[in-house]
Design a protein around this ligand. Structure first.
Ligand code: NAP
Length: 451
């Protein structure tokens, strides 16, 4: 007997699950990996910053998983539209949902909806060449801004600041789509303010990523010595937090730097929270309030206000999962409720929904690095394999039946060979400009290249 498993989402979580399933031999498996995009790799392609080549190189490992004979990739298939959750549960012995956290969290301040206020998810999707990115809008905002405010001090915020601040020479070796590279090369951005509502001790970024901001070719980094005067709660928190200790050291060194006259400046502003975005139809400034850390480590306002001019505001305060019709959803945590990777029928319920599993950001929320999802996938796959001993196989016919159902609906998935053709087309496109690769950024372009 072969246990037929569908995985919904070909990002790192899904492909690590496919890896765990096909790296064991106790239970023979056949794995079908579905993605609504025509290409695999999820956040490795559309989230990891294009200039972080070593993190992106995990793509090589994930490709090897897709090449395994037990694994079939079916891209350009949207679960919930092309095939339903209940149909998948009828067709497959197990379905693992690994579709991540696609949206942005709201900032919750007035003016957030003004033009020029952009979610980091949209900006990241744009520079990574995601086919669903609101490219025209983001491009217009990047092209016209001189001052930028980025709200949030996680690694995504640091990525955004770095990509906006780099020169063409620092980005040309990446696979960023050519039109994005051209817009970035022509941008007039002079000042980027990175706002943390709490202090440097509470910042979410990691030291390696933070340090890079101080090493950019055409950028002066400006840090505020007052942010480094630590309150007793932050001081105590430092004692057993090595990452925070190193982060503080990096920022402290920046406070000693003099402006050297470089064309761009990154202003690190901790203990500063946005109060409202100001502008008539389009953002022109951000009103911020100085904060202090209370006894619980939270930010509280001090009543000291300031206005920072900005024509572009990037809201980088975390991702948020989105539910899928037919599956339960925990609105508060924005995850699918589960126990040991098994989907349960409601929040706080212990009633397991047979054959349905979950892993990655849509199970635990948007935290951790790419590798964190490997541990997560291994745990979920252990549940899938354990259940194969007790569950009867599903009545449906697995992948072949799914392909027949899709064909009936006129849907032609892009398989691994199609992805290999896209891959070759991107490499050829890059070569035209002396680059290793240029990302194809439209759905149509990807579909044509896959033929
Ligand atoms: P994150 O790490 O959760 O950081 C979110 C930031 O937004 C925090 O500084 C948070 O501050 C702030 N924030 C939240 N609500 C806010 C509000 N209303 N006003 C002002 N600030 C607010 O999220 P992320 O940067 O999106 O990253 C998601 C995950 O991907 C993280 O685990 C990250 O490490 C990972 N990632 C890793 C890399 C890498 O390894 N190179 C690159 C990109 C992303 P508080 O702490 O005060 O809430």
């Amino acid at each position: 007997m072969v246990w037929r498993v569908a995985i919904v989402g070909a990002g790192p979580s899904g492909l690590y699950a496919a890896d765990a399933l096909t790296s064991q031999s106790d239970v023979p498996v056949e794995v079908t990996v579905l993605d609504r995009l025509p290409v695999p790799f999820g956040l490795v392609r559309y989230g990891v910053a294009p200039d972080h080549l070593s993190i992106r190189s995990v793509r090589g490992t994930l490709t090897k998983v897709l090449e395994r004979p037990q694994v079939t990739f079916l891209g350009d298939v949207e679960v919930g539209k092309d095939v339903s959750v209940s149909q998948l549960s009828e067709l497959f012995d197990a379905v693992i949902y690994t579709f991540g956290a696609a949206r942005d969290r709201a900032l919750g301040v007035p003016g957030e909806e003004l033009a020029g206020s952009v979610a980091a998810t949209d900006l990241v999707n744009w520079y990574c060449g995601h086919p669903d990115a609101p490219s025209a809008e983001v491009e217009a905002e990047v092209a016209s801004a001189r001052q930028v405010v980025v709200v949030g001090v996680g690694n995504v915020a640091v990525d955004v600041v770095r990509v906006l601040a780099k020169t063409n020479a620092e980005l040309d070796h990446t696979d960023i789509p050519q039109h994005v590279l051209d817009v970035l090369a022509a941008s007039n951005i002079e000042d980027i303010y990175l706002l943390g509502r709490r202090g440097p001790v509470q910042a979410a970024f990691t030291t390696k990523e933070l340090r890079e901001l101080g090493e950019l070719a055409e950028v002066d980094v400006v840090a505020n010595p007052a942010d480094l005067v630590l309150d007793p709660v932050s001081q105590a928190a430092l004692a057993d937090d090595r990452v925070a200790t190193r982060n503080v050291e990096v920022v402290r060194e920046w406070t000693t730097r003099m402006l050297s006259g470089k064309p761009r400046r990154i202003h690190m502003r901790f203990l500063t929270r946005p109060i409202r975005l100001i502008g008539e139809g389009h953002v022109s400034a951000v009103e911020v309030e100085r904060t202090k850390i209370d006894e619980n480590g939270a930010a509280v306002g001090t009543g000291e206000f300031e206005t920072i001019p900005a024509q572009l505001v990037v809201r980088s305060v975390g991702y948020r999962g989105v539910g899928l019709p037919g599956l339960p959803f925990d609105e508060r945590r924005a995850v699918i409720p589960s126990i040991e990777g098994r989907v349960v029928d409601a929040v706080d319920s212990t009633q397991i929904r047979p054959r349905e599993y979950v892993s990655g950001w849509i199970r635990r929320g948007p935290s951790g690095i790419i590798g964190t999802n490997k541990k997560d996938a291994t745990a979920t796959v252990a549940s899938v394999l354990a259940d194969s001993a007790t569950l009867a196989p599903a009545a449906g016919g697995g992948r072949l039946a799914l392909q027949a159902l899709l064909a009936d609906r006129g849907i032609a998935p892009i398989d691994f060979a199609g992805w290999e053709r896209i891959d070759a087309a991107e490499i050829a496109l890059g070569a035209e400009r002396g680059r290793d690769r240029t990302t194809l950024h439209t759905r149509e372009g990807l579909r044509v290249a896959a033929l």
